[in-house]
Design a protein around this ligand. Structure first.
Ligand SMILES: *[C@@H]1O[C@H](CO)[C@@H](O)[C@H](O)[C@H]1NC(C)=O
Ligand SMILES: *[C@@H]1O[C@H](CO)[C@@H](O)[C@H](O)[C@H]1NC(C)=O
Length: 351
């Protein structure tokens, strides 16, 4: 790409997109390689009678999704998605998974041919051939190289500038290194690895593990039991990833933030936690719970759990994944949440 300055567009305006916008906006100002204006696509909505884009561009705060944090002034909110991406060299996708097909359809043919993407999306999708990675949807639809950013990085802590580690997985390692230059700060420390698919899968699978730990919370079981769920969950994450990727993914990848640290941080926070914790106590089915507690919003862990279960069932691998299967059965087959404890006792790791 030579000496041209690289233009960055953030496709996503929710809390994580706004948190990373703080980092990107600051970093581009200090590196000649990047154009100093950063576009952030913001789907227009009215907040207190004003357009959200106007509020962001005037007050430099995403009052709706990341209140209390100033965005750098060179981060510009753009309501028209095609316009936002049309001159971008680097695209940072951070959107809830249900929007990705619509976004891809809208920007296909608009994104410059040489553009590179990176995603921060902790989910998997269902393609015509079953379980499908979000990055593959973007690769197929837009035809760009896509890296993956994943780690123990809750949005509020990233926005507050608290220390965290994260992982970038890239099939083309130079692209990962370029994104590292864009994103790294002294408190946002990045390791680049070449197992992009493994990094992405870890981000989705950890939601199943988090559901498991939160059934434990609901049952008021101890920290040791929860640690066992985390450990066995990580083992199943590794086994699943190696089967799905059909390769001997390096163990060191799982020791990076995307693997080891990610389930730990999520089981202490977030939407999966609160609801999964409530679930065993109120004894409701996940379907009802979603409607009542989440206003119909889907729990990441639920969808991931179902997709993974179907994949394992098809391949005749259910017996190899007792924890994943138990979480699925508690969520979808009305099994009592205490089965998470039985699963720990009878786990093949202890036989
Ligand atoms: C969005 O931008 C594109 C590209 O500039 C343009 O063709 C389109 O008409 C715009 N859409 C709206 C709703 O303004
Ligand atoms: C788990 O550890 C925390 C921190 O030490 C403690 O406050 C909590 O009571 C422990 N939980 C249980 C169930 O013992």
């Amino acid at each position: 790409m030579g000496a041209t300055t690289l233009r960055v567009c953030i496709v996503g305006f929710w809390s994580w997109g706004s948190a990373i916008a703080k980092i990107i906006g600051t970093n581009v100002k200090n590196q000649q390689k990047f154009a100093s204006t950063v576009k952030m696509w913001v789907s227009e909505e009215a907040v207190n009678g004003r357009k959200l884009t106007d509020i962001i561009n005037h007050y430099h705060e995403n009052v709706k999704y990341l209140p209390g944090h100033k965005l750098p002034e060179n981060v510009v909110a753009v309501a028209n998605l095609s316009e936002a991406v049309q001159d971008a060299d680097l695209l940072v996708f951070t959107t809830p998974h249900q929007f990705i097909h619509k976004i891809c359809n809208e920007i296909t043919g608009r994104v410059p041919k040489k553009a590179l993407g990176i995603i921060h999306m902790e989910s998997i999708d269902e393609g015509p051939r079953g379980l499908m990675l979000i990055s593959d949807i973007i690769r197929e639809k837009i035809g760009m190289d896509v890296s993956v950013l994943m780690g123990a990085n809750t949005a509020r802590e990233v926005a507050a500038g608290e220390f965290c580690e994260t992982t970038i997985g890239s099939k083309v390692i130079q692209n990962g290194i370029l994104f590292k230059e864009l994103l790294q700060t002294s408190n946002f420390c990045i390791t680049v690895v070449d197992d992009a698919d493994a990094v992405e899968l870890c981000g989705a699978l950890k939601h199943i593990v988090a559901m498991g730990t939160n059934f434990c919370n609901g049952l008021h079981c101890g920290n040791n039991s929860k640690a066992a769920v985390l450990r066995l969950g990580l083992v199943e994450m590794i086994t699943f990833t190696r089967i799905f990727c059909k390769s001997q993914v390096s163990t060191t990848t799982f020791l990076e933030s995307c693997g080891f640290a990610n389930p730990i941080t999520i089981c202490y926070r977030g939407s999966d936690c609160k609801e999964a914790k409530t679930f065993p106590r109120i004894g409701k089915t996940m379907g009802n719970l979603q409607k009542e507690v989440l206003n119909g919003q889907t729990l990441q862990g639920l969808k991931t759990s179902a997709l993974v279960y179907q994949f394992l069932k098809q391949k005749g691998l259910l017996a190899k994944f007792p924890l994943f299967v138990t979480v699925y059965r508690i969520c979808y087959e009305g099994r009592p949440s205490t089965e998470i404890l039985t699963c720990l006792q009878n786990h093949p790791a202890h036989m």
